[in-house]
Design a protein around this ligand. Structure first.
Ligand SMILES: [Fe+2]
Ligand SMILES: [Fe+2]
Length: 180
């Protein structure tokens, strides 16, 4: 298997999850009522799966190794755009979390900001994914020989293996600080 295989499977789940979030956001906008779970579950997915686990493998393994290769100016440009888009995704997710927190404190005007940030994320991910799937991953893998590809795949699995532990260590840290 090629290393871009697992990245592309992950893209399919990210697309499905964000499409489901968009349907929930349409409903939330009509009902004028925010069920916090709609936001919390989507934010957890975006932060832990789409960003930490998926973008983590892209940035910390694939892009790291590509940076050592003599890429075409076009691919270099796309890689920088992808990195910038990851940063934009993190900022927009933080804005969504902040808007939801204010709404939960009683500021009903935040509903429209919640809808707006969630839709920005729901519109962004499919475009970002398409750029990687159609214009980046295939030409990139040509820079790696079979051994390099196998090593990268092994590093991906090891990266994934650590994620569940990282996630639940973080859950413990947040949970232990809660006070009611
Ligand atoms: Fe990406
Ligand atoms: Fe990706």
């Amino acid at each position: 298997m090629k290393p871009i295989g697992p990245l592309m499977w992950e893209h399919r789940l990210i697309e499905k999850m964000l499409a489901a979030m968009m349907r929930h956001i349409d409903h939330l906008e009509k009902s004028k009522n925010v069920n916090p779970l709609i936001i919390d579950i989507a934010v957890d997915f975006i932060r832990i799966y789409a960003d930490r686990t998926h973008h983590g493998k892209e940035e910390e393994i694939l892009f790291r190794d590509l940076a050592k290769k003599d890429l075409t100016p076009e691919l270099k440009k796309i890689m920088q755009e992808l990195l910038d888009e990851h940063v934009w995704g993190r900022k927009t997710t933080a804005s969504l979390v902040a808007a939801k927190a204010k709404y939960m404190e009683g500021d009903r005007e935040e509903l429209s900001r919640i809808v707006d940030f969630a839709r920005q994320l729901g519109n962004f991910y499919p475009k970002h994914i398409e750029k990687e799937d159609k214009h980046f991953f295939y030409p990139c893998q040509e820079y790696f020989d079979k051994d390099e590809q196998n090593r990268m795949l092994a590093e991906f699995w090891e990266f994934d293996r650590k994620m569940i532990h990282e996630k639940y260590n973080k859950v413990f840290e947040e949970y232990s600080k809660l006070s009611f």
